[in-house]
Design a protein around this ligand. Structure first.
Ligand SMILES: [Zn+2]
Length: 291
């Protein structure tokens, strides 16, 4: 999505979707950075896509310690929100009054499905499920004390508490972690992307720092006209080829294609050298391509 946002103008709906995804992903990374620092004996599994009884569910972050499993739904919401407890359902709003999907519903669904999966695996640990609001600029009004919410100001002390647990992992925990990883399904990312084709994308090298197209070649370097970032031309070409491969996994990578894709690098010899050094050659002479 990030690449598509660089090389084409995303339709507004997709652009909004991309901004949401990016924000959510950044939130997960912030939380991962904190859980990574845990010293206690634990397994940390991030971003799992699982299936139980024909129902697919996604886990942002899961922590296995000896006595329990901590399940986290990470939210990178920013701004002032309020919580409304109705007779039938709890709702979450951003001020002044935009309703958002209540992460607690996602969390409970996830917890229930994970519990079913643990039963199937045959290793039952209690599940402690919580929504982590990771963004320091998040405020929630009107939530009662009993809600399983960890607020930005509480994340550190919460993890410290986990770190203080006398956790001892054994073979069973390892088995469980391995099993969950083996059940993880790779999502096909191409199914959720807006339609795009090679001809419709803007060509040219982009700056690794600011994504600008204002790149020019000076000797062995590519220099960004907007932010001044410098990168070795060969590194920039390689990065660009990898982006091309990611966007079009089935496309045959040839010197001419990369020449057209990068645009600012006018030296085909440089391009060929990058391809020869980093990829495997297939085909012969003018039919050469790289895999
Ligand atoms: Zn730049």
């Amino acid at each position: 999505m990030e690449l598509l946002d660089t090389f084409m103008t995303l339709p507004e709906k997709d652009r909004q979707h991309y901004v949401r995804l990016k924000k959510g992903y950044e939130g997960e990374l912030m939380f991962d950075a904190l859980t990574k620092k845990l010293q206690c004996e634990c397994y940390i599994l991030n971003d799992l896509l699982l299936n139980v009884n024909n129902t697919t569910f996604q886990i942002d972050s899961l922590l296995i310690v000896s006595e329990k499993i901590c399940l986290f739904e990470v939210k990178n919401f920013e701004g002032d929100y309020f919580y409304e407890t109705d007779t039938d359902v709890d709702r979450l709003y951003k001020r002044p009054n935009k309703e958002y999907t209540n992460p607690l519903h996602q969390l409970n669904r996830c917890k229930s499905l994970l519990r079913q999966l643990l039963h199937q695996i045959g290793f039952i640990l209690p599940i402690e499920a919580q929504v982590v609001f990771i963004n320091p600029g998040f405020t929630l009004y009107q939530a009662t004390l009993d809600k399983p919410f960890i607020f930005p100001t509480q994340v550190n002390s919460y993890l410290k508490k986990i770190d203080g647990l006398p956790s001892r992992l054994n073979e069973k925990h390892k088995f469980l972690a391995d099993k969950l990883i083996s059940l993880h399904m790779e999502e096909n990312p191409y199914t959720t992307l807006p339609p795009y084709h090679y001809e419709g994308l803007r060509k040219g090298l982009t700056c690794v720092g600011c994504r600008s197209f204002s790149m020019s070649v000076h000797g062995k370097k590519c220099v960004c006209g907007d932010c001044g970032h410098e990168e070795l031309a060969t590194t920039a070409v390689l990065r660009s080829v990898n982006e091309l491969k990611l966007l079009f996994p089935k496309m045959r990578i040839t010197t001419n294609l990369v020449y057209e894709w990068c645009r600012v690098v006018k030296c085909k010899k440089t391009i060929r050298r990058v391809l020869e050094r980093n990829f495997k050659k297939a085909g012969v002479r003018q039919w050469t391509y790289y895999v």
